[in-house]
Design a protein around this ligand. Structure first.
Ligand code: GLA
Length: 379
């Protein structure tokens, strides 16, 4: 199975944690379609941890908790599919999942077969309670092989949080996306920490094996399982901008039932220019340029897009507004080459140009300006 774009969808963990059930998943699938998010490309409905019984059955198979999922997983998968969506589930490379349910260690092939029978399209695979002797690369390779031999296309979403230098071996395992960070919480400090973590690993992004910066907190506003202090709208937009330009999978984490009534959240999750950057088919490596005015908490990220446009993110993580300046020279576009840039900011629609081959933008505290830039002739 080859996955060409960062997956888009919804996952139960950030808001619901262990409080999941069949009706919630059905309602969330309904909402994905009726809100218009499915039409924007969000297609996976993923059940995270805490869906099974604490014991396997007499044949060593995982059993869905009949109180939470009385109709069983096959019926639920069928329902999700009937909405035109894809169905995701969760397991773990250790003996137990992070919440203490049975993990897939030493049961990889039987579990992959069970998931295939149920009609699962996506498996998030965690790293708690893993063996001290068998390394992560082997554990993930084993499940990668099990999934590839289970007779069904199942997207393999590795979740080892960047531990044990995941970036160095994950592309050997068959994973289609890999968690590069610890768990997100719904607060600015958490977003900032996950962004800073990317400094060390930014060049390890890759087509077909996407760097997963963790599920989104947009729209949570301090509620739910990883709900914390919440973020401002500016901070949620910044979070979305960086996840988008980094090419991270975008897995919604808020409660999407009734989300169409929350215009601000819909605008952030549904911004088509932002999604177009995230889903760009070239998926080139992202890089940083220095610019000026950034200070220690500023970043300028660049991603060249299919067809010759360039995505630019100017990020200001400091607590005060900053004027950030990008010299076109840093994009290998000195004035002498006769080309300049015209930029369109994706959230506001504002247009910006260069003066003296520099682009100067006021970026608010905790803000990010995300641009799609096109080349123009210097007049
Ligand atoms: C880990 C993962 C989270 C979530 C929980 C479930 O912490 O990183 O994303 O899946 O386990 O227990």
């Amino acid at each position: 199975m080859i996955v060409t774009r960062p997956p888009l969808g919804w996952n139960s963990w950030n808001t619901f944690g262990k409080d999941i059930n069949e009706q919630l998943i059905r309602d969330s699938a309904d909402a994905m379609v009726s809100s218009g998010l499915a039409a924007k490309g969000y297609e996976y409905i993923v059940i995270d941890d805490c869906w099974s019984l604490l014991e396997r059955d007499e044949n060593g198979r995982l059993v869905a908790d009949p109180e939470k999922f009385p109709s069983g997983m096959k019926a639920l998968a069928d329902y999700v599919h009937s909405k035109g969506l894809k169905f995701g589930m969760y397991s773990c490379a250790g003996t137990l999942t992070c919440a203490g349910y049975p993990g897939s260690f030493d049961h990889e092939f039987i579990d992959a077969a069970t998931f295939a029978e149920w009609g699962v399209d996506f498996l998030k695979y965690d790293y708690c309670y893993h063996s001290d002797f068998i390394r992560g690369d082997r554990l993930y390779r084993r499940m990668g092989l099990a999934l590839e031999n289970c007779g069904r296309d199942i997207l393999f979403s590795a979740c080892s949080w960047g531990a044990d230098e995941t970036h160095k071996w994950i592309k050997t395992t068959g994973a289609h996306m890999w968690r590069s960070t610890g768990d997100i919480h719904d607060g600015w400090e958490s977003v900032k920490k996950l962004i800073l973590k990317q400094d060390e690993i930014i060049e390890y992004n890759g087509q077909g094996c996407f760097n997963d910066m963790d599920m989104l907190i947009v729209g949570m506003r301090g509620r739910g399982n990883v709900g914390f202090v919440g973020c401002t709208e500016e901070e949620y937009r910044t979070h979305m901008s960086i996840w988008a330009i980094m090419g991270s999978p975008l897995m919604i984490g808020c409660d999407i039932r009734g989300i169409e009534k929350d215009g601000e959240t819909m605008n952030i999750l549904g911004n088509e220019e932002m999604l177009r950057i995230n889903q760009d088919s070239a998926y080139r490596q992202i890089y940083r340029v220095k610019g000026s005015g950034c200070g220690p908490d500023g970043r300028i990220y660049i991603r060249h897009l299919e067809g010759g446009d360039i995505a630019v993110a100017m990020l200001n993580m400091s607590d005060a507004e900053r004027n950030i300046t990008l010299m076109l020279d840093e994009l290998a576009l000195p004035e002498s080459c006769g080309k300049s840039l015209r930029l369109r900011e994706v959230w506001s629609g504002e247009e910006y140009g260069a003066k003296n081959a520099t682009i100067r933008v006021a970026v608010p505290a905790h803000g990010c300006k995300l641009f799609r830039a096109s080349l123009v002739d210097v007049k």
